[in-house]
Design a protein around this ligand. Sequence first.
Ligand SMILES: [Zn+2]
Length: 89
Amino acid sequence: MTPLRIFILAILFFILYRLLFGSRKRQKVTDTHSKGQKTVPQDTLVEDPVCHSYVPKRQAIQAVKDGETFYFCSDKCCKTFLEEQGEGR
Ligand SMILES: [Zn+2]
């Protein structure tokens, strides 16, 4: 009598576990799918070290100084930065 009860309980537990596990797996798949559409790294803002304004990386003017890349809002800021760095030290 008792072994039969345990057997039935075990089957019920197994079915319950499978149902829970299966539904969770399906939700995870849809989650990752919607996340993939959200993460689009495009307009990264970079700070202009001269006038301290933020410019989208794509539109910014780049200058490499001592292996470091700096971003500027305009050609004028870029020139000012390079001149200051050259004369200051
Ligand atoms: Zn600027």
